[in-house]
Design a protein around this ligand. Structure first.
Ligand SMILES: Nc1ncnc2c1ncn2[C@@H]1O[C@H](COP(=O)(O)OP(=O)(O)OP(=O)(O)O)[C@@H](O)[C@H]1O
Length: 372
């Protein structure tokens, strides 16, 4: 069902508006305190907005403003919530847990049990029907919780970090199951994991400070981020800069020739993977030189701000970007915080693109481009 949402809760600094097309899944991401849980709470009816209106399939969920205060009860919203923890009723069997929703929505006992059985089959746990929730593993319990959330055929499914409490060995199978059951279903999934956004969502909504700072198709946000958070999520460097007559000049002085569209002076960005950024000790042509050391590359001189160990690489922070080096290379070069380096990239590894025009609630606030 199509969702329209606009809600404000000033005491939480929350003011968000977005729409969801029928059958679309949106992943909501953002740093701690960004407003993700508040958004779910408002949709589920656990929180009331100070102002706003939301509709689902044309039916009002809430409509609050001067002279009007409509707040539809949570159980009458056609919304199901799947949380981190399965939260099954401990005194009911697995089958009874799943049958509970359909039964309380008016189906007969036999119909409710048949619906529950069909859902247990669908999530791959029919053999658990008679078991008590206390005797389920974390992954089994979450499968049952998915069946329970969907057994009422909700118009909108809300998922609050549905994989966060699961063991890493179990999460992939549950992610695959969610991918199957979310097909064609309207859903809002709060997650910290870019992989969830990539595999489960059609669209991404990034919140920060109670505002939408970035939104777009998942592939777009993960390849062409416009905020530092979006870039971190995508595992990319985001270098902000301007369109020039001949290409792009980054805020760190890096000059990259570029022949695409755009007007001179327009806000542009360059995205590149840290593994594609090179670091060398100085000695080549001066900073900002186009096609400096080798054809098709650009470089800039900078001071190393920081270095950190990340898995099997050393991540070097310099010139507002990050570069991943093999540990042996970093040691051989003697890269240390405070030392001078040349940071370079091959043009073919970079994506240069125009940033959307910033508005008050728009992406500008989240753009720091510090690459961290
Ligand atoms: N019960 C509450 N009472 C008052 N303010 C709250 C309450 N819960 C959260 N807040 C505030 O509302 C804002 C949004 O918080 P929210 O919990 O929605 O963020 P979040 O994105 O879900 O964060 P996290 O990733 O840490 O769960 C924050 O400033 C937070 O301090």
């Amino acid at each position: 069902m199509r969702l329209t949402f606009a809600g404000a809760l000033p005491e939480r600094g929350f003011d968000v508006a977005f729409d969801l097309a029928e059958g679309e899944t949106v992943a909501v991401l953002g740093p701690n305190g960004a407003g993700k849980s508040t958004l779910l709470g408002l949709l589920a009816g656990l929180l009331a907005p100070s102002e706003g209106r939301a509709t689902l399939g044309g039916d009002v969920l809430f409509d609050v403003g001067p002279g009007r205060r409509v707040l539809v009860e949570p159980r009458r919203r056609g919304v199901s919530l799947l949380a981190q923890e399965a939260l099954l009723f401990p005194h009911l069997s697995v089958l009874e847990n799943v049958a509970f929703g359909p039964r309380s929505r008016g189906l007969s006992r036999a119909e409710s049990r048949a619906t529950a059985s069909a859902w247990l089959e669908r999530v791959g746990t029919p053999e658990l029907a008679g078991r008590s929730p206390g005797r389920l593993s974390g992954g089994q319990a979450q499968r049952v919780a998915i069946a329970r959330a969907l057994a009422t055929d909700p118009a909108l499914l809300l998922l609050d970090e549905p994989l966060a409490a699961l063991d890493v060995t179990v999460a992939p199978a549950i992610r695959t199951l969610l991918r199957e059951v979310l097909q064609g279903r309207s859903a809002v999934i709060v997650t910290h994991d870019a992989l969830d956004a990539f595999l489960l969502a059609d669209r991404v909504l990034i919140l920060d400070g109670g505002r939408v700072v970035e939104t777009g198709r998942t592939t777009e946000v993960l390849t062409r981020p416009v905020t530092a958070f979006g870039a971190r999520l995508a595992g990319l460097n985001l270098l902000l800069g301007r369109r020039t007559e001949t290409g792009f000049t980054g805020s760190n002085g890096l000059v990259v020739p570029w022949e695409g569209a755009g007007r001179e002076g327009e806000e542009f960005a360059l995205a590149i993977r840290p593994a594609a950024v090179s670091v060398a000790r100085p000695g080549g042509p001066p900073a900002g030189t186009v096609c400096g050391a080798a054809p098709g590359t650009s470089r800039v001189t900078a001071t190393v701000d920081d270095i950190e160990h990340r898995g099997d690489v050393i991540r070097v922070h310099a010139a507002g970007m990050t570069a991943d080096l093999a540990p042996a290379d970093a040691v051989a070069m003697g890269v240390l915080p405070g030392c001078a380096v040349e940071v370079s990239l091959r043009h073919e590894d970079a994506i240069v693109y125009a940033l959307p025009a910033a508005t008050d609630a728009g992406p500008a606030g989240g753009r720091t481009g510090d690459g961290r």
